[in-house]
Design a protein around this ligand. Structure first.
Ligand code: PLP
Length: 388
């Protein structure tokens, strides 16, 4: 047998593997499981985008390698998208990197900017891929707790100066997975000031950039003055256009960081299938009412779910963005115990908060990724347990 490399050994274990196995077992026994545990959008990709792919797939030019760092037309579409949505000027040639899903950029950025033993700041709880990249770069994580009393924003005053001076990278993600917290322009302005003071590159993960509720459009990091001097923003079509399987993401921002992302992507992927890039252009520039409809769908689901949970006596906050609800665990249970109980007794799957980091203990994450009817049913089943 071939022993795995030290780099691979540093990769965190798949925390949810245990849960996935239990879900599979219960499903195979014929139980009706309501799975709110994952982050895979349940709605289909809009028709006009699928149609564009079908037409484009017939174009023999796309059957060859695409330009190494992506088609210029897609980079231009990204710049048009940022101007239209955020009134931000992006140079398509030097300030856009096309990614094989935002995930690849979020992992590779550590390889781009960190040397062995370097420090990176990241949110706790947080999306696990930041840590995967840091581990693969053999760098050191410093976790920034996201606490409810701070609106799930990191408190930079709690970081010590040695860590701030050592840090080369800072990961942020708003609207936030898993807490559903949102950021203000003021918070991003303060972040830029801190990053400039300590010479840190900021990576803002804007995966849920389109999904804000109650008429609140999420703030882009790029809308803050000076953002391009010190950082990049990663975006994905996975959530905005229900295109998770298509693997289209991009980064915008600081030209030198974009250059290094392009370099690593070039070595690894030689860009996405050209027809997918053409369909991605259609997504960004075509009919945007599909996005409004998608946000309205999640908002209605949120309203039903929160109302029904409150009706059974579970005092939960209403998420302001993303398609997740971050729910406080009742006293007497750990996150894992409570998630296990919901699975075993109510056949409702939620993700235990500690799977996203230590500070996630005390919460479970439920995805708004089922119909209103199923979400109401999930709440009713939880109500029958008589806990609240
Ligand atoms: N960032 C966050 C916070 C996410 O939740 C996800 C997907 O779940 C991603 C990034 C990954 O996006 P992509 O599908 O583009 O790789």
């Amino acid at each position: 047998y071939f022993p795995v490399s030290d780099t691979l050994k540093r990769l965190p274990e798949q925390f949810f593997a245990n849960l996935v196995n239990k879900v599979q077992k219960l499903s195979s026994e014929g139980h009706d499981i309501i799975n709110l545990g994952q982050g895979n959008p349940d709605l289909p990709t809009p028709d006009h985008i699928v149609e564009e792919l079908k037409t484009a797939a017939d174009n023999p030019a796309y059957h060859k390698y695409s330009p190494f760092t992506g088609h210029p037309f897609l980079k231009e579409a990204v710049a048009t998208f940022y101007k239209r949505e955020y009134d931000v000027d992006i140079d398509p040639e030097t300030e856009v990197a096309i990614l094989f899903g935002a995930k690849t950029g979020l992992v590779e950025i550590s390889q781009c900017l960190l040397n062995q033993g370097d420090t990176a700041l990241l949110p706790d709880p947080g999306y696990p891929d930041y840590m995967s990249g840091i581990a693969m770069a053999n760098a050191n994580p410093v976790f920034m707790p996201l606490l409810e009393e701070n609106g799930f924003l990191p408190d930079y005053n709690e970081l010590n100066n040695a860590d701030l001076d050592a840090a080369k990278l800072l990961f942020l993600n708003y609207p936030n997975n898993p807490t559903a917290g949102t950021a203000t322009k003021q918070f991003f302005d303060e972040t830029i000031e801190l990053a400039k003071q300590h010479n840190i590159c900021v990576v803002h993960d804007f995966a849920y950039g389109a999904i804000g509720f109650d008429g609140q459009k999420p703030q882009s990091f790029m809308q803050s003055a000076g953002a391009k001097d010190i950082g990049v923003e990663m975006y994905t079509l996975s959530k905005t256009y229900n295109m998770a399987g298509w693997r289209v993401g991009f980064a915008v921002g600081n030209p030198s960081v974009i250059k290094s992302l392009n370099l690593i992507q070039d070595h690894l992927y030689v860009s996405l299938f050209g027809a997918v890039q053409q369909a991605a252009q259609e997504a960004l520039l075509g009919d945007q009412t599909v996005v409004e409809e998608l946000v309205a769908t999640y908002e209605k689901r949120r309203d039903v779910f929160v109302e029904k949970l409150r009706e059974i006596g579970w005092e939960v906050p209403a998420p302001k963005g993303t398609f997740f609800a971050w729910l406080p665990v009742p006293e007497g249970f750990t996150s894992e115990q409570f998630a296990d109980l919901l699975l075993e007794k109510a056949h409702v799957v939620v993700a235990p908060g500690n799977g996203f980091g230590e500070s996630g203990e005390g919460f479970v994450r439920a995805g708004l990724l089922a119909s209103e009817k199923r979400l109401a049913e999930a709440a009713a089943r939880i109500g029958k347990l008589g806990i609240f």
